[in-house]
Design a protein around this ligand. Structure first.
Ligand SMILES: Cc1cc2nc3c(=O)[nH]c(=O)nc-3n(C[C@H](O)[C@H](O)[C@H](O)COP(=O)(O)OP(=O)(O)OC[C@H]3O[C@@H](n4cnc5c(N)ncnc54)[C@H](O)[C@@H]3O)c2cc1C
Length: 461
């Protein structure tokens, strides 16, 4: 049902402290764009909340009008959940407060901050909370999904550093959520996505992370370099995380032209250690082959998030799964599949997990895949509707070839895979607990534009 005609934009404009943007406004097209270029939603209204009170009002508006409600922080949802056709976008990007308590080593951060902005702010004090590999990703979405990145092996997932949050519930209440207050909700928001309410502020633990050794190392792509990079990651100290991308070399000026378009192993490295220890930890990667490009160097942690081009909106399809091993045979399969596609960009990404994130009990948070050894992502760019099915079939087949029988997936990397896939992300016990928390805090499924966990009542109806 379309209730957008029930919205009176002029009266909404006076009702919020933040900006109200509607079709026809000069700012509308820019405001409705999200990172993924494959999504082109035309919301009936976008409210850029200025504070938690605005968020409460938007939640009430969505309830009263029945319009779909999309919640947006950094706008990087791979499923396009942060926009909607004809609904309401609750845009949190202006919530950029950052209150740092260096004595207690914690920070309250507005949900509109990006990982890069947050890291630069706390990094000025030689402190950090781990997020992912990309600075423009919002702390909102990545935290609620779990948060796997450069510090996961040393300090755990992002959620393992989450001390609490301020949440606006579907009933329009502002609640403080932590281990001591609404512990069921605190458990659910650590891995259960945006199902349970709108987080306006996150309270994070800060870790002393200042000098690191990090950057990009590019090697020729052979079964030996791929399997060797995985083995080096497994043998590395917890301080080191490697994100191994097997992909065609992009036509970047720092890559020799003879490699452009050829398959390479692009490894993003981060070792949270001083120059000497970090360089020693990275040596086994450098020893795998003569590097095509070696940009790994001592740096301050926030520099691991270089400036990005805001006009970059790739259209991508992808599949994600957990796997156990990448030996030379599996590496050969990866190269074989990448060789079968002519997509302008196609990638198999491998992240060796373990370390601190694996030392948390699996039922402590809604992210339950603590014993998973490796995260794999298969993705391809497409140009438009004409080649999307072909690219999707390739990602499906390539991910199928990598499947080693592990169940579950990382919700943060899911695309729009449908209800059955969302269900398969979570083990039964986690799913049932999520559904009962949903029942309690969002029984009418107001927050459904997400990797949805329906309330028990709705699921059984
Ligand atoms: C280029 C790129 C790199 C990535 N790298 C990593 C990585 O290294 N590690 C990793 O773990 N993930 C990574 N991701 C995945 C990323 O964590 C998820 O896509 C995440 O949801 C994006 O968060 P966002 O706030 O930018 O997105 P949005 O699109 O703004 O939000 C995504 C969804 O999360 C929910 N949500 C967001 N904020 C809130 C909030 N404050 N309250 C309630 N619900 C909310 C909503 O359902 C929303 O639709 C990457 C994604 C991209 C596109």
């Amino acid at each position: 049902m379309n209730h957008s005609s029930s919205l009176s934009i002029p009266s909404l404009q006076g009702a919020f402290s933040g900006r109200v943007i509607a079709p026809g406004d000069a700012a509308y097209d820019e405001a409705r764009a999200i990172f993924g270029g494959g999504f082109n939603g035309h919301p009936a209204v976008i409210v850029r909340a200025a504070d938690a009170a605005d968020v409460v009002k938007v939640v009430k508006l969505a309830r009263e009008t029945g319009l779909p409600l999309a919640v947006r922080s950094g706008g990087h949802s791979g499923a396009g959940h942060s926009t909607t056709e004809g609904g309401i976008v609750l845009d949190l990007r202006d919530l950029k407060s950052l209150d740092i308590d260096t004595d207690r080593r914690s920070a309250w951060a507005g949900a509109g901050l990006t990982a890069g902005e947050y890291s630069a702010g706390v990094g000025a004090h030689g402190l950090a909370t781990g997020f992912g590999d990309t600075g423009s990703v919002g702390i909102g979405g990545i935290t609620l999904g779990g948060g796997i990145g450069y510090l996961s092996r040393k300090h755990g997932l992002t959620i393992d550093s989450l001390l609490g949050a301020e949440v606006v519930t579907a009933a329009g209440e502002i609640v403080d959520v932590s281990g001591a207050s609404h512990p069921d909700l605190f458990w659910a928001i650590r891995g259960g996505g945006g199902n349970f309410g709108v987080v306006t502020r996150f309270h994070y633990r800060l870790h002393p992370v200042d000098q690191i050794v990090g950057g990009m190392l590019m090697l020729p792509a052979t079964p030996e370099t791929i399997a060797g990079a995985v083995q080096a990651s497994e043998n590395a100290p917890d301080e080191l995380s490697a994100i191994i991308n097997v992909m065609p070399a992009p036509p970047m000026p720092f890559i020799p032209p003879s490699h452009h378009g050829q398959l390479v192993v692009m490894i993003l490295l981060c070792c949270a250690a001083n120059a000497e220890d970090g360089t020693r930890a990275i040596a086994p990667f450098r020893a795998l082959a003569t590097p095509i490009v070696d940009m790994v160097r001592p740096m301050r942690y926030p520099e691991i998030f270089p400036p990005e081009d805001g006009s970059y909106h790739p259209k991508a399809v992808g599949k994600t799964l957990f796997i156990d091993t990448v030996d030379r045979d599996v590496a050969g399969t990866i190269l074989d599949h990448l060789g079968r596609s002519d997509a302008s960009m196609r990638v198999v990404q491998l992240r060796v997990l373990g370390g601190a994130m694996a030392r948390i009990p699996r039922d402590a948070t809604a992210f339950a895949h603590r014993d998973s050894r490796m995260l794999a992502v298969v993705a391809a760019f497409y140009d438009g509707p004409e080649d999307r099915p072909q690219r999707a079939a390739w990602t499906e087949a390539s991910a199928g070839a990598l499947n080693q029988g592990r169940s579950g997936a990382y919700v943060g990397f899911m695309m729009d895979d449908g209800e059955a896939s969302v269900r398969s992300v979570y083990p039964d016990a986690t799913w049932n607990r999520l559904a009962s928390v949903k029942d309690r805090y969002d029984p009418n499924n107001l927050f459904r534009l997400n990797h949805n966990v329906p309330p028990v009542r709705q699921a059984t109806a």
